[in-house]
Design a protein around this ligand. Structure first.
Ligand SMILES: [Ca+2]
Length: 498
């Protein structure tokens, strides 16, 4: 019943099938419903107003875009073929990036499912939305992007994983398929089982086929994959049809997946009481287990990629792909054994950086297939979606509309004066400081300052010289002025995040 999941993705690579792989968005043949002159005007508006939020104000308005957010779980920035990963096959997401723009320095402000999803919905840091783990956030629902869209006439649906307390079904037009499960295989009412990625895809396509066609829609597809199945020692349970994928591939072991990097961590992270180490033992503690875990993890990713391809094919079949803002992103990154760790939570790059691919029909054709390295965040998603619907963000929303970064026709880097050059990362204690300790960080383009408040420990990394973050410079006498400045700046951002 799910045999064609990966096969179809493979065919697309070989034969160029599928709406995106056919090159529907190449500059010369992009079938746009919006007249090119309108796009041109929008592009000029974006240029002249720079990167300020609400830069489209005063510009000729396009119709509100339809919105599809493809949202995967525990999937870091480089688990994409188009991001240079030498193993994982993601032909549909690669095609999405080829017809859109990929943000290479996109991060989450908190790397754990529930908190990051609350930020995605509210456009706020944890300090403001108040969800410290997996409960409902304290921000009024009316200030979330789904609520604003629905109030303004959108048909709004949430498919798949929900990790913010009780799912508020009454706030959505279509929500029968919101899932609270944490398993890869789901028992259905008729006694059969279905893989969670298949169910996510099926529910998404049902939403698209049953929506009213006289109003715009917004659909979030929250895939459970590539999250591990926490209660199963095997951790990753892909579909049988995927098992031939990567079977003969030797997955490269990251350069910092070793004992030396583990010993370089603060001792409370290198401790066997730390949950990241327990999960490392489940997944990565022998070379054989490392290979098997990563193969299965990448199989789950390729299954999500194929599901995304079929959702996009459905948009194309309905003739609405060129009216739709499509976003692919995820809720947090993931350690693949780097530093001797597994999972996420901590402020290192593997854990906080996530993919962000945006395909926007307003985008100048010359932007197709380009990348942008501005420091974008999960907090930017809500205001970006609202702006695409011609709606202003609520006053308490803290992220910024990223569209001005790609609506400008030139390929240059964003004006550093017009976009953030640093951001606050924050993570709560989960259970206890020994299990998952709290952390904060100031992340700049080239430097990162990390604070572990429960242990009074600080770290400082030169990201340019030391991208693996294995040489802590916090004790270096020459770095004390920088350390003091970064401490001060972190406090300032933390204050304004509340
Ligand atoms: Ca997650």
């Amino acid at each position: 019943m799910h045999r064609d999941g990966v096969d179809q993705a493979d065919r697309r690579v070989r034969f160029g099938e599928g709406a995106l792989a056919r090159g529907a968005r190449t500059p010369s043949n992009a079938p746009m419903r919006v007249p090119p002159v309108v796009l041109l005007l929008a592009a000029f508006a974006g240029m002249s107003l720079g990167c300020a939020p609400g830069a489209r104000d005063g510009a000729p308005r396009n119709a509100p875009l339809k919105i599809v957010i493809l949202y995967a779980d525990d999937w870091r920035h480089d688990t994409l073929g188009c991001a240079g990963n030498p193993v994982v096959r993601t032909p549909n997401l690669d095609a999405l990036a080829a017809g859109g723009v990929r943000f290479t320095r996109n991060s989450v402000t908190t790397a754990i499912c529930g908190v990051s999803r609350a930020t995605m919905l509210t456009g706020q840091w944890m300090s403001r939305h108040g969800n410290q783990a997996f409960a409902m956030f304290r921000t009024p629902w009316s200030e979330t992007f789904p609520a604003r869209l629905r109030t303004h006439g959108y048909w709004v649906g949430h498919i798949g994983k929900w990790h913010n307390g009780r799912f508020p079904a009454e706030e959505y037009d279509s929500s029968a398929s919101a899932l609270a499960n944490g398993t890869h295989w789901i028992k259905q009412p008729d006694g059969t089982t279905i893989h969670v990625t298949q169910k996510n895809e099926r529910d998404a396509i049902d939403f698209l086929r049953t929506r009213p066609t006289d109003k715009p829609f917004c659909m979030t597809v929250a895939f459970f994959a590539t999250h591990a199945e926490d209660g199963d020692a095997r951790q990753y349970l892909p579909q049988p049809a995927s098992m031939s994928l990567y079977r003969d591939v030797a997955i490269p072991v990251p350069p910092t997946a070793n004992d030396a990097a583990l010993r370089a961590l603060p001792p409370f992270l290198a401790s066997e009481r730390n949950e990241s180490r327990r999960r490392w033992r489940l997944r990565f503690d022998t070379p054989e287990r490392y290979q098997e875990s990563m193969r299965n993890y990448y199989r789950l990713a390729t299954e999500v990629d194929a599901a995304c391809g079929r959702v996009l094919d459905e948009l194309a079949r309905q003739g609405v792909l060129e009216d739709t803002l499509v976003i692919f992103t995820t809720d947090n990154g993931y350690f693949h054994g780097e530093h001797g760790l597994a999972d996420k939570w901590y402020p290192y790059e593997e854990s906080i950086r996530v993919p962000l691919i945006v395909r926007d029909p307003r985008m100048p054709a010359a932007r197709s297939g380009t990348t942008i390295d501005a420091l974008t965040l999960n907090a930017d998603l809500a205001p970006t979606v609202l702006a695409a619907a011609n709606l202003a963000p609520p006053a308490g929303m803290q992220g910024r509309d990223i569209a001005p970064l790609y609506l400008a026709a030139d390929h240059g880097a964003p004006d550093p004066a017009a976009w953030r050059d640093a951001f606050l990362y924050e993570h709560p204690t989960i259970q206890s400081k020994d299990f998952i300790p709290a952390s904060r960080a100031l992340v700049c383009r080239d430097w990162k300052y990390i604070e572990w408040p429960e242990f009074g420990v600080e770290q400082l990394f030169d990201l340019r010289a030391d991208p693996g973050e294995t040489h802590d410079l916090a004790a270096e006498p020459a770095q004390q002025p920088r350390l003091a400045e970064m401490r001060r700046r972190l406090e300032g951002l933390a204050e304004s995040a509340r």
